[in-house]
Design a protein. Structure first.
Length: 254
């Protein structure tokens, strides 16, 4: 999908690998200045930068380390993006993770809270920072990455992650209602079985069984998610808000 994102500043959280990396590359390929956020994977973030230069040429790119589960670090992240590239026009809340596979009955409060902070609180913190300059402009795009686990509860051992992603889906709709009067759209994308590091932890026989139930007959790739993100980040999606686009090959249908 080709859209015009020239003169737009996009921040992608958790962009050092997988879906986040592909989103960052595609936003740059469509003209955006891209801020690549990462927490621990500095080498991965630099690889994302290299991929952008390889595929999009000499576009504006900045790499910024921050733990988006910490509100004070999110404040610093947005200050750095604005100083180096300008106010954020497009926010893609992609950072997240399983935090390991563990039954809810064996999970401590601290473990549960860590998963919530990474997957849900981070969306809240980043949206709060993004909405102020977006309100001033009277325009903005926020795209939150949820998961098909938000509807189905996920496989055993990822209940906390599924609950957090369900929170992301509902928070997306709440933000959409709150920010619509300011010209800001808020939408989400819920990937299904995508070949990323998360699914690399799934036993092969389990993974194959899941894929066998996908109507389109294959697992997704990170590139399969980017078309929905580009739609929601651009003028092509200007009349969409409060929507959650399911990208799962038909595994779950409304």
């Amino acid at each position: 999908m080709q859209v015009d994102l020239r003169k737009k500043v996009a921040l992608v959280t958790g962009a050092s690998a997988g879906i986040g990396r592909r989103i960052a590359v595609e936003l740059a390929r469509n003209g955006a200045t891209v801020a690549i956020n990462y927490h621990r994977n500095a080498d991965g973030a630099e690889e994302t930068r290299r991929r952008i230069f390889d595929e999009a040429g000499e576009v504006g790119v900045t790499v910024i380390q921050a733990d988006v589960s910490d509100e004070s670090e999110v404040d610093g992240l947005f200050e750095t993006v604005e100083a180096e590239a300008g106010p954020v026009d497009i926010l893609v809340n992609n950072a997240g993770g399983l935090g390991g596979r563990k039954p809810l009955g064996e999970m401590s409060e601290a473990e549960f809270d860590e998963i919530m902070r990474l997957n849900l609180y981070s969306v809240f913190f980043c949206a709060k920072c993004a909405m102020t300059p977006m309100k001033a402009k009277g325009a903005g795009r926020i795209v939150n990455i949820s998961s098909s686990a938000a509807r189905g509860g996920g496989n055993p051992g990822i209940g906390a992650y599924a609950a957090a992603k369900a929170g992301v889906s509902t928070l997306t709709r709440s933000l959409a209602r709150e920010l619509a009067p300011y010209g800001i759209t808020v939408n989400g994308v819920a990937p299904g079985v995508i070949r990323t590091a998360i699914h690399a932890e799934t036993p092969p026989e389990v993974f194959d069984r899941i894929v066998s139930g996908i109507p389109l007959g294959r697992a997704g790739e990170p590139r399969d998610v980017t078309g929905a993100v580009l739609l929601l980040a651009s003028e092509a999606g200007s009349y969409l808000t409060g929507e959650m686009i399911e990208v799962n090959g038909g595994l779950m249908m409304n």
